[in-house]
Write a protein that binds this ligand. Sequence first.
Ligand code: F6R
Length: 619
Amino acid sequence: MCGIIGYIGDRRAQDVLIKGLSRLEYRGYDSAGIVTLKDNKLCLVKKQGKLRALIEELKNNPLEGTLGIGHTRWATHGVPSDTNAHPHLDCSGKIAVVHNGIIENYLELKKALSKKGHKFVSETDTEIIAHLIEKFYKGDIEEAVLKAVKLLKGSYAIAVIHKNEPDKLVGARCDSPLIIGLGKSENFLASDVPAVLDYTDTVIYLENHEVIGLTKDSIRIRDLSGRVIRKKPTKIKWDIAQAEKGGYDHFMLKEIFEQAHILKNILEERLNNSGIVFEELKIKTSDLRRVKRIAIVACGTAYHAGLTGKYMLEEYAGLPSWVDTSSEFRYRNPIVDKDTLVVIVSQSGETADSLAALREARKRGSKVLGICNVLGSSIAREADGVIYTHAGPEIAVASTKAYTAQLAILYLFTLYLAGIRKTVSPGKLGLLIREFKKMPALMGELLDEYKSEYNILAAYAQEFKRYYLQKHNKSCFLYLARNINYPNALEGALKLKEISYLSAEGYPAGEMKHGPIALIDENPWVVCIVTRSKTYDKMLSNIQEVKARGGIVIAITTEGDKTILHYNINYLIEIPKTEELFSPLLVVIPLQLLAYYVAREFGCDIDQPRNLAKSVTVE
Ligand code: F6R
């Protein structure tokens, strides 16, 4: 939610800021702006709309200067507009601020500042930060920021510059991510690593309540009492190609096609002769053995991965498990204690509700395990232990590769628990691991079928569009499944609705008769996950019920299944044969691609769907 960047060095700041913002645009894209300092003057350009609108504007009016800050916005306070876009200035026009987060006490501060004569031009909470810094400014911008942030309640990552201090870039963070990128005679501030990867692979992750003063040759990190903090830089292993489209039309498509490779890497990294290894997991084996139950807490797609995890953990680790959405967990009275392991699943590691759930669980005495993709993210740092998914940067707003990587880690963690808790015999465990090792190749095989532009999923998407228009836009999608693939029904529906804006719902197929079956007439397209499993026959009955009411069925089946051919299925999608346990890893591939192709047919902005942002750092 909002991306910020700051640069100080010898390059033209505009170029660095725009490149950085293009890598952060996944965090918000309703307006963007930059400010640079040149000849003792702040030069500001901001524009409603996508980053390209700002780039267009800068073509006629390029900004010079080697110090600057930039922002890409996802609106919280105030509509997307040129005025509400960041950077924001103080009354004197000497201080410029960009901000990611929400200032909860901004109205109170605004009132107090207004009484002192400060004039506000935007509807944002951010603008008060500029005025607060102005209030404390006595010739040292770093000191003024340090004083100002002490009065802020809520979340913030900010970058600040002052017209009279051409050698200073200042930042601060609390509950919104911020990193320093370390260069040679240049330094950077950014919300996320990809923003600086073109220039450096060495970063410092900042903690809450830290204030940073950067020159092009030095960095100083201090806590709110002004005490200097020393921090070790981290070398980033991602390379910039991972943050680029690499010939694909969209990041989403590229990320879908990366999944087999990522799965292979995960298995190679985590499986060796001594078994399953989680080097970074700081929770002791003895503690994991003692656990009596597991609560998995997450949002959106990560929640669906967690739901799948429940099936695995109950079946193989023999642990009662439940799954909660973070926003519900944190406001309930969740019964978790020292005997409960709370697993927070989060791609970004910054989702505000998941972070709050983590803190709640720790307060209640539970050990918390984070399953995160982003290295050094807040959830990874605050959890008792972390397992990284190592899926590389996920840029498309709709999560795909992070989901399968989360599933992979949940499988491995389940098998690891099953091993140490002896809930599965060594023989069976070995068998499951051998099966699991086949999955990257099977996934690769499946993905290869969809490599051509003219694959069956693209064709089904075209058919759907034709049908939809014929039916005067009345059609919609239902996704039905049972057991371990039920979460995939939810995930398939989520993927479709978030990028194509079509109505789509996922249900456990057994629930149909308890209400949702009323939705079925000849309009909905019903995606039925009917792969070989213990609930296969039940799914066949559900398909008959749908067909009897005129529904159009897309069935996802196991390769070579002859029985399904007798069911008058409208559209068939086959996945390779595998153990039922691992089938979600394959089933989700056509679901992701179907969503992709439907959205493409409808001309939607696939990587940046409306109203969404990748990293939900506000509640
Ligand atoms: C959907 C999607 C979101 C995220 C959710 C959680 O495609 O990406 O539903 O899964 O916002 O985000 P993380 O995993 O970063 O906590």
